[in-house]
Design a protein around this ligand. Structure first.
Ligand code: F6R
Length: 311
């Protein structure tokens, strides 16, 4: 039935326009179809190119991390110090984001040495520290303010007015606001980080949103336990709250150096090197950083990196 109808239509065409015209029409139709097909192919090609560019971009984003595995703590400290002193030589007015804890002690000693040898000067350098405990005075031996004086500032030619730490006493809400405003005005060129056993950076404990700025934090039990070594191993003496730069502030820095030594940091280092991004693993936020990240570790801290094992 259908076939008959088709034949009828073809006959109508022959009757009205003749055979020759009909062929020409067919050719026009065919070339239109070909054009449509080549447009479709072009579109598919374009889509493939876009996907390839996206994948290259994604891959490159993961590869901004440079891993340096040092033989030991001294070498790790020297490698990190050399990156900082190179920056200071290039930009004597650089703004540094600093960390406390046991990890950067060797790095500070190396920078002190280079300052004493007149290789670098801190005269025009500005610093902003990551964090400070709440509920203990600045004058407390274990405040991060005291740490910075005792381990770094008092040995170098830095102008004390250019050194900044969040304030953990007094009107905390106002302190948070002031520190956030200061960080918004002063872009950090290089942020130094240690990492907690539970993968915290600054005092951003697991579960912290990556877009959070300066804030007050209730310290994780693991962190309190780890830091009790600075408080005569007495957990009850460790402050339970702190004021910290948020991950957003950390990620605003142009360059980041993450240092880690010892096997108890190996898990955290493995996460950052795996490329994972997870708010329950604060250090994994470094995988979203737009600039350069140096991960400088000793062999023990590198022992769980999967890339390392396969090589
Ligand atoms: C210190 C800080 C913390 C430490 C971390 C590792 O300012 O922000 O994140 O870097 O707790 O501490 P250490 O180096 O003592 O193992």
């Amino acid at each position: 039935m259908n076939k008959e109808k088709g034949e009828e239509e073809e006959l109508v065409n022959i009757d009205e326009k003749g055979n020759y015209e009909n062929k020409e029409k067919k050719e026009v139709r065919k070339s239109k179809q070909n054009l449509k097909l080549s447009n479709l192919l072009l579109l598919i090609l374009l889509l493939i190119i876009i996907i390839v560019i996206y994948l290259i971009y994604k891959y490159k984003k993961k590869c901004h991390i440079e891993l340096i595995i040092a033989n030991n703590y001294e070498e790790m400290s020297k490698r990190a110090a050399d990156i900082i002193s190179k920056l200071i030589k290039e930009n004597p007015r650089a703004i540094l984001g600093l960390a406390t804890g046991s990890t950067p002690i060797g790095l500070y000693q190396e920078l002190i040495k280079q300052n004493k040898n007149k290789e670098i000067s801190f005269k025009n350098i500005t610093t902003y520290n990551l964090d400070e405990y709440c509920d203990i005075p600045q004058s407390h031996q274990q405040s991060y303010y005291s740490y910075m004086q005792e381990n770094f500032f008092k040995y170098i030619d830095i102008n004390p007015n250019n050194t900044h730490l969040p304030k953990g006493e007094g009107n905390i809400e106002l302190n948070v606001k002031n520190y956030e405003e200061a960080l918004e005005k002063h872009k950090i060129n290089l942020q130094l980080l240690g990492v907690g056993r539970n993968s915290h950076i600054g005092f951003n404990e697991p579960g912290t949103h990556f877009d959070l700025g300066v804030h007050v934090v209730k310290l994780d039990n693991k962190t309190i336990q780890d830091n009790s070594r600075f408080f005569d191993n007495d957990i009850s003496r460790v402050p339970k709250k702190a004021i910290t730069m948020g991950i957003k502030n950390i990620l605003d820095a142009d360059t980041i150096i993450l240092m880690a030594n010892g096997t108890n940091k190996a898990e955290a280092v493995k996460y950052v090197m795996s490329g994972i991004i997870d708010e329950n693993i604060p250090v994994s936020s470094l995988n979203t950083h737009k600039g350069k990240v140096y991960v400088i570790v000793d062999k023990d801290a590198a022992s769980k990196i999967e890339y390392n094992k396969s090589n």
